[in-house]
Structures are given as C-alpha cells and as structure tokens.
Design a binder for this molecule. Structure first.
Ligand code: HEM
Length: 352
C-alpha cells in the first residue's frame, strides 16, 4: 500500500496514511489532524491546549526515579515466571510470560494485588475482540467492568491512606488545581492497561526475532548493553502497534489525495517505520542505525507517555531470558494477532 496507494480509503479503517513523510506531517499538525475522541480518553483523545495540561500532570508518573524504584520488583516477576518455563523446556510465550509479566508489573506499579493481572488480561482480550467485531454492546459491558475494577482499587487506596504508590499519586494529581475524579482516573488507566498489551506484543516479537536469529541472540547474551538498541530496531521492523487515529478538522491535501473535513484517518506505523525513502535496507535489523527517524513511539505532542515503562519492561524481559538460557528457538506454530490486537497471538518457544 505504501508504494501503490500511499493514502488509501477503506470501509473498515477510513483513510489510511502509509508513508513516513505523510505520517510525520500529520503528527506535526494537530490543529488539522485532531486526536479528540467522543469518549473521555486522557490524554490520548485530547487536543491542545487541554491535552498539554493533562499530559504534563501525568508525565510525572513516568520519571526516572519511579522507573528505578519499580525495576527490582519487575525483575523478580520476570525471574518468577521464567523458572517453570526453564524446567519444562517448552512453553507458549504469551500465556506463560509476556501477558502475566507485563500486567503483574503494572499491578506492582499501581500498588494493586498482583493476582489482579488476570482480570486486566481478560479485559484487554475482550476489548480487542469487541473493537475488531465492532460490537458496541460488548464494548460498553467491558468498559463497565474496568470502571468497577478501578473504582474498587481507588476506594481501597482512599481508605488505607498509605500514600506510597502510583494509585495514591493519581488520587493526588491535579490539573489546574482540580483533582482528577474517578472517571478521569479510569480513563487514564484504560490507556495504561492497553499500553501493557502492546508491551506484551512487543516482547513476543522481540523474542521471536531473537529465536529466529541465533547470531544476534548470542551476541546480545555476550553483551547485554546492546539490548536497548536491539529493542528499538527490532520493533521498528516489526512494530507491535499497527495504527493510531486522527480526524481532519478541515479539508486537506495529503499524499496526492484530498480528504474532506471530519474524516477518520489511521496512521500506519508499521508501514511508515519500514519506508525505504527514510531507512536504507528498511526491512533489515541494523543495530548501528540512528534511532532518530523511527516512529515506534510516535512523535510530536502525543509521543508515547509510557515509553520509559515499556522500554524498561522489554529490557528486563530480554536481560533475564538471555541470562538464564544458553539458547532458545521457535518450537512450533507462530500465530500473529489480527488488528487491533498486538504482536503474536501464540508462539511456542523451546529453551535450554
Ligand atoms: C511497546 C509498547 C508501546 C508502544 C509501541 C507504544 C506506542 C505509542 C505510540 C506510537 C503513541 C502515539 C499515539 C498517537 O500519536 O496517536 C503512544 C501514545 C501513548 N502511550 Fe504508548 N506505547 C507502548 C506502551 C505504552 C505503555 C506501557 C503505556 C502506559 C503505561 C503507554 C501510554 C501511552 C499514552 C498515555 C499515550 C498518549 C500520549 C498523549 O496523547 O500525549 N504506552 N504510544
């Protein structure tokens, strides 16, 4: 599509933009390409100036200090999950590692009982199904479920008044001097839980690539300082996040097409990130590439807020997997997820 029809229209997706240059143009012009959503979505579904006020308040929760404090527990969770996988020598990666690792770490970060990861996992899965089948009734039922789940945790935190975790920090967050109410916090956390689904997808794609490329696997095992560069570059080539949406606020010409005002538009990260006009040998993983042009985390005012958390989790997952194995390879069928799900649906890994 990027080569033959770089700005395309379909019933299912609306308009789709495939080329790097066109995607960057959209990202840099939020006045023409709005992120505003019909549903409350903080901050992803907001435009300036409201967006900046909420984003600044929430960015505090992803600072270096917070990430450093979470890292030891996240590593313990990875080690705990890897134990049984190593004993059996063969495992389905999503179920045994990627999903529980990401969601247990999120629960630890929020100060929620880690056993709640299963409920969040069920919500993520159901939500992706509802989005794919365009089933609004199922979507509404799931939204209620997440709201009740978050509200129960908020109530527990208010009563306990421990004031020592990110849920307490969210309850204390103010925008223009006004504290976030429960509805706002539910909206914030809906985005974070979905973000963890993308991290799980990212882990599956990283492990798949290393399983299929034993030389890179061995070289990262020998020199773990290259893991962060490998994460960025492997995900550029095989991005877990397919697309994000915008709406045009006025008629606009882009990529040789005229799009009317009020139309939905999808930014196809997976195509822009492999555009040969920008990346030489675009389909190849090259760790010495400068990361400046990559769009894995987006760009501009909506660039991924959770990237510090996502990067840390993916680095820890690979560090612990590489440190505790001598080799791993694909052990059976690899099933890719169907949009809007991320990464792999299932993947059998053999490890020793
Ligand atoms: C590998 C994992 C992830 C990838 C590839 C990813 C990618 C992205 C991208 C491309 C955007 C920009 C969307 C746009 O322009 O419309 C974005 C935004 C965002 N991401 Fe992530 N993300 C990941 C994980 C996470 C996690 C774990 C969290 C939170 C815990 C998170 C929170 C957010 C938020 C809040 C925004 C909206 C920021 C804003 O509107 O200002 N993401 N992400």
């Amino acid at each position: 599509m990027r080569e033959r029809c770089p700005v395309a229209h379909s019933e299912f997706m609306g308009w789709s933009v495939f080329r790097h240059e066109d995607v960057v143009r959209v990202l840099e012009d939020p006045a023409t390409f709005s992120s505003a959503s019909r549903h409350l979505a903080i901050p992803a579904g907001m435009d300036p100036p409201e967006h900046g006020r909420f984003r600044d308040a929430l960015a505090l929760h992803f600072d270096d200090e917070g990430m450093a404090a979470l890292e030891p527990r996240s590593r313990e969770i990875a080690i705990d999950l890897l134990g049984p996988m190593l004993s059996s020598g063969e495992t389905e990666l999503m179920e045994s590692f990627a999903t529980p690792f990401t969601l247990r770490t999120l629960c630890a970060y929020l100060g929620w009982p880690e056993a709640q990861w299963e409920c969040l996992g069920g919500w993520t899965h159901g939500n992706q199904q509802a989005a794919f089948s365009r089933d609004p009734a199922a979507g509404r039922a799931l939204a209620r479920l997440l709201t009740e789940h978050v509200q129960a945790n908020l109530e527990e935190h208010r009563t306990a008044a421990r004031n020592d975790d990110v849920t307490d920090a969210l309850l204390a967050t103010t925008v223009d001097g006004v504290p976030l109410d429960d509805e706002a916090i539910v909206s914030v956390l809906r985005n974070w839980v979905a973000g963890e689904g993308t991290v799980a997808g990212g882990i599956s794609l990283l492990v798949l690539y290393l399983a299929e490329h034993p030389d890179l696997q061995a070289s990262l095992r020998a020199d773990r300082s290259r893991i962060p560069a490998a994460v960025e570059e492997i995900l550029r080539v095989d991005d877990p996040l397919v697309a994000n949406r915008r709406t045009t606020t006025s008629e606009v010409d882009i990529g040789g097409r005229t799009i009317p005002a009020g139309e939905n538009l999808s930014l196809m990260w997976i195509a822009a990130n492999r555009d040969p006009r920008v990346f030489e040998g675009a389909d190849q993983v090259r760790l010495d590439r400068s990361g400046d042009d990559g769009l894995v985390w987006g760009r501009g005012i909506h660039v991924c807020l959770g990237a510090p958390l996502a990067r840390m989790q993916m680095r820890i997952a690979l560090e612990e997997l590489l440190a505790r194995t001598t080799s791993f390879q694909v052990g059976g069928e690899v099933r890719r997820s169907v949009y809007p799900s991320d990464g792999l649906a299932s993947f059998t890994l053999m490890l020793s």
